[in-house]
Design a protein around this ligand. Structure first.
Ligand code: UD1
Length: 337
C-alpha cells in the first residue's frame, strides 16, 4: 500500500514509518516540525536505506494537502499529527481544537476529494478517564477529563459519523495506552521539548544526568506499591499495530475502535527499578503529592486487537528500558545534538 503519515517525523510516526517499510509498504511523511526535528529524516534513511518522501506541511493547511494528494496516489492515511500535552491543552484549548480537530477535518476533506477513504487514527486511552473496572474494554464508557482528551473523542466521533454516512469509508481509531521505548538501533526515539511531562523520558533524562532526580507523583494510591499503574508498551509493538490496522482496512471494516496495549499494569516504582537494571545507572527519586488529573491505574483489555488485527505486544519491559537507554545514552540531548 501507499500510505500517507501525518506527523510522520514525530515519535510514533517515525517508528511506524520503519515498520511500514519493513512490511513492504510505501510511505509519504508530512510534518510541520512543531514537535519533531528534520534530523529524523536522515536517521530514518540510515535505518531503512530508503530516502523519505517528505512534505513540510501543516495538517490544517487544506491547500497544501490538496497539492500533496494531487502529486501522490494514496491507499490510506495514518493520522498522527496533533498536539498531545494534557497541561497545555487546559491552557490553550483553542490550539487543541484548531489543530487536533481542525487538522483531522482538513485531512479527511482532502482525502474524500481525492477518493482516499481509508484512515487509521491516533486516539488515546485517555478517552476512558480513570475507572475501577479494569482492564479497559473498548465498550467501556468514555469520559472527557481535559481538552486534549476531548479532541481525541471528537475525532473518533467524526470518523464514526463519516463511516455511517458513506460506506466507502473505513476508519480504525487506535486507543494507545503508554508508548515507551525506541527503535533498537538507538537512532530514533522520543525527544520531548523542555521538561518531559511523561514518566519514561523523565526517567531516561535522570539516568543520563540531565536531571537530578525523578519526582514520583503519589505513593498512596490503592495499588500494590502505592504508585500509579499504567500499561506501558514498546513503540515498535505500537508501530506494528498500525501496520496490522492499515492492512485490515483493505477488508472493508467500516468504523472500529481498538485498544493498543499489553494488557498488563506496571507501577512507577517498577519502571524505576527496570530502568536502573537496564542502564546500570542510579535513578534517585523523591515522593511528592499526586499530580492533578491522575488516577491510580489504567491498563488495556488487549484481546480485541488480537482477534481483529492478529496483533499482540511482544516486547518486554526490560526491552523497553534497554532500547530507551540506548537511544538516550547515544543521544543525550535528543536530536538537538
Ligand atoms: C499522560 C496523560 C494522558 C496522555 C498521555 C500522553 C495525564 C493525567 N495523562 O498519561 O492523558 O494521553 O500522557 O502522553 O496527564 N509520573 C511520575 N513522575 C513524573 C511523570 C509521571 O510519578 O515525572 C507518574 C504518573 O503519576 C503516572 C505514571 O507516572 O502514574 C505515568 O505518567 P505519564 O507518563 O505522564 O502517563 P499518563 O499519566 O498515563
Amino acid at each position: 500500500m501507499k500510505i500517507l503519515l501525518t506527523g510522520g517525523t514525530g515519535y510514533i510516526g517515525s517508528h511506524t514509518a520503519v515498520a511500514l517499510l519493513e512490511a513492504g509498504h510505501d510511505v509519504t511523511l508530512l510534518d510541520n516540525f512543531s514537535n519533531s526535528k528534520p534530523a529524523v529524516l536522515d536517521r530514518l534513511h540510515t535505518i531503512t536505506g530508503v530516502a523519505m518522501d517528505f512534505f513540510e506541511t501543516d495538517v490544517t493547511d487544506e491547500a497544501a494537502l490538496t497539492e500533496i494528494m494531487k502529486q501522490r496516489s494514496f491507499d490510506a492515511a495514518i493520522h498522527f499529527a496533533a498536539p498531545k500535552a494534557v497541561g497545555e491543552s487546559m491552557e490553550k484549548p483553542l490550539h487543541y481544537f484548531k489543530n487536533g480537530v481542525g487538522g483531522t477535518v482538513a485531512l479527511l476533506q482532502t482525502m474524500a476529494d481525492h477518493g482516499v477513504r481509508n484512515v487509521v487514527y491516533s486516539s488515546s486511552a485517555t478517552v476512558y478517564g480513570f475507572s475501577d473496572d479494569l482492564p479497559l474494554v473498548e465498550g467501556a464508557p468514555t469520559v472527557v477529563i481535559n481538552p486534549y482528551g476531548r479532541t481525541k473523542l471528537m475525532c473518533e466521533e467524526i470518523l464514526q459519523d463519516l463511516c455511517r454516512a458513506d460506506e466507502r469509508w473505513n476508519a480504525i481509531a487506535l486507543r494507545y495506552f503508554n508508548p515507551v521505548g525506541a527503535h533498537p538501533s538507538g537512532l530514533i526515539g522520543e525527544d520531548p521539548q523542555g521538561v518531559p511531562a511523561n514518566l519514561m523520558p523523565f526517567v531516561a533524562q535522570v539516568a543520563v544526568g540531565r536531571r537530578p532526580e525523578l519526582t514520583i507523583f503519589g505513593d498512596d494510591y490503592p495499588t500494590p506499591d502505592g504508585t500509579g499503574v499504567r500499561d506501558y508498551l514498546h513503540v515498535m509493538d505500537l508501530a506494528e499495530g498500525h501496520v496490522a490496522a492499515v492492512e485490515h482496512l483493505a477488508s472493508d471494516p467500516g468504523y472500529d475502535v481498538i485498544n493498543l496495549g499489553t494488557g498488563s499494569g506496571i507501577s512507577v516504582k517498577e519502571i524505576v527499578a527496570a530502568f536502573e537494571k537496564a542502564s546500570g545507572m542510579p535513578i534517585p527519586t523523591v515522593i511528592a503529592g499526586r499530580r492533578p488529573g491522575d488516577g491510580p491505574a489504567s491498563y488495556a483489555d488487549a484481546n480485541k486487537a488480537a482477534s481483529v488485527l492478529g496483533w499482540r505486544a511482544t516486547r518486554s519491559l526490560d526491552e523497553m528500558c534497554a532500547d530507551v537507554w540506548r537511544w538516550q545514552s547515544q543521544n543525550p540531548n535528543g536530536y538537538g545534538d
